[in-house]
Design a binder for this molecule. Structure first.
Ligand SMILES: [Zn+2]
Length: 334
């Protein structure tokens, strides 16, 4: 992540370069509102200091349109919202805009989510079931347990398109200790996501990529292996970003958000789950702006993302759902 030109800088540059916007003529069609779409990508377990050190041209390109900033997971340190810096609790915080004391996902196994706190997919499907939703992920539980697809207690809705569970296919992706099968699955789900976005332009898409976490656990964050995994993750983001730009060039309004679910321990970088500053410090990249001072000051948290995505989509959740959000939108209202 190179030093980033913010949305504000870009806006100033373009304000200089472009002629003043003209008032719409009487022949302007009434229905010029572009379709609003969002895709969020989680790159597993990349500390902010690493994403800022390693060259990530795709993330830089996205950030030039909107912004890059450090952010946090883990809830309020020492308070009732404190949440383990572990993957599944982090995804659930992003999905529901709440911390673990509400969503009740505390670890990666034996999960019993509290579906009273609606997730993004349920909110979008409840607002308009004709909206197209999609998940591309290594981890089947992301859809079947965390999102709770098809579960009566979770709203009994369907994700329209899913490419996941490939970690269970040991024929196509034979498991190996170096986690090359997860690397291959990340490439597979990335390519399927890019294709689907280009062809169908789904309204809400979640892409989850795991390999960086596996390399971190095995090798820590200091060596070339981890930097290589981060560069490869950035290249995957680039393939999805290209598909998003293709759709946007056809007149759709796309928000892309890329983030990580937790940092890593400050000693070796192999572990995570605790509440050290490095484990709690994450980052967010988006093409959307203008962004709030909460974002630009590095004060955003993972629970701000659901309200941000819903604002972009123009969807107002039920009042009883919105009331429980622990975060606020990072997008300034224009
Ligand atoms: Zn993780």
């Amino acid at each position: 992540m190179a030093r980033v030109v913010t949305w504000w800088t870009l806006a100033m540059l373009s304000a200089c370069a472009r002629p003043a916007r003209q008032a719409p003529s009487s022949t302007t069609p009434a229905s010029t509102t572009p379709a609003r779409k969002a895709v969020f990508i989680i790159l597993d377990g990349i500390p902010a200091d690493v994403i800022e050190r390693v060259a990530t041209p795709a993330l830089d390109d996205i950030a030039r349109r909107g912004g890059y900033a450090r952010a946090h997971v883990g809830g309020a340190l020492g308070g009732p919202t404190q949440t383990p810096t572990i993957s599944a609790p982090g995804y659930m915080s992003l999905l529901t805009g709440t911390w673990a004391n509400k969503h009740n996902v505390w670890n990666n196994s034996k999960q019993s989510p509290n579906y009273a706190y609606w997730n993004l997919f349920r909110i979008v499907e409840a607002a308009d079931a004709s909206r197209v939703t999609a998940i591309f992920s290594t981890w089947l539980d992301n859809r079947t347990v965390l999102v709770g697809e098809g579960r009566p207690g979770a709203g009994d809705f369907r994700i329209d398109h899913a490419v996941d569970g490939l970690e269970l296919d040991t024929i196509a992706f034979p498991h190996d200790k170096a986690s090359q099968h997860i690397r291959a699955i990340d490439d597979h789900v990335t390519n399927r996501a890019a294709e689907f976005i280009a062809q169908r332009g789904p309204d809400l898409t979640w892409v989850y990529l795991q390999h960086t976490d596996d390399v971190g656990h095995a090798q820590g964050t200091d060596g070339e292996a981890y930097a290589t995994a981060v560069r490869e993750a950035d290249a995957r983001v680039g393939r999805i970003w290209a598909a998003v730009q293709q759709r946007a060039s056809q007149g759709e309004a796309w928000m892309i958000v890329v983030t990580t679910d937790h940092g890593r321990d400050p000693v070796s970088g192999k572990g995570h789950g605790g509440q050290t500053e490095r484990e709690r410090t994450t980052w967010i990249v988006t093409n959307q702006g203008p962004l709030t001072e909460r974002f630009t000051r590095g004060e955003a948290t993972v629970v701000d993302l659901a309200p941000s995505i819903l604002q972009h989509l123009g969807i107002t959740p039920p009042a009883a759902v919105a009331r429980e959000f622990e975060g606020v939108s990072l997008l300034r209202r224009r």
